[in-house]
Design a protein. Structure first.
Length: 126
């Protein structure tokens, strides 16, 4: 679960930039939060990310225990280009360009989502 400051912006980032699907949403106005679940497919076959928007909270401080999410993508460089081309309207940034992991040949990159969460992209054949 990731706490986000703007649910629509985060849904747009994960679906339009990373190609995930919006799987379902839940609105809880009495409890003052909304949820959106995104992923490449539904659980239990695929992992899902729960995006939580707590009403009135636009920004969170990143904790020291969280590292990053890792996602396998068919083309890391192309995903970085999607982030670069859509960063102004949808948020997100590239923090490490596509290239081989230190001491290996696997192609990786690091990006951040609009709320600053780190995402490692790992190149995987389709």
């Amino acid at each position: 679960m990731l706490r986000v400051g703007n649910l629509r912006r985060s849904i747009d980032f994960y679906t339009q930039v990373l190609g995930m699907k919006l799987l379902r949403t839940t609105e809880r106005p009495e409890q003052k939060y909304d949820l959106a679940f995104v992923g490449y497919g539904s659980s239990p076959e695929h992992a899902e990310i729960e995006l939580t928007y707590n009403y009135g909270t636009e920004k969170y401080e990143m904790g020291g225990a969280f590292g990053h999410i890792a996602i396998g993508v068919p083309d890391v460089a192309a995903t970085c280009e999607a982030v670069r081309s859509k960063a102004q309207s949808l948020g997100g940034a590239i923090t490490r360009e596509a290239g081989p992991v230190k001491g290996g040949t696997t192609i990786i990159a690091f990006i951040t989502d609009p709320d600053g969460y780190k995402i490692e992209l790992i190149e995987r054949a389709a």
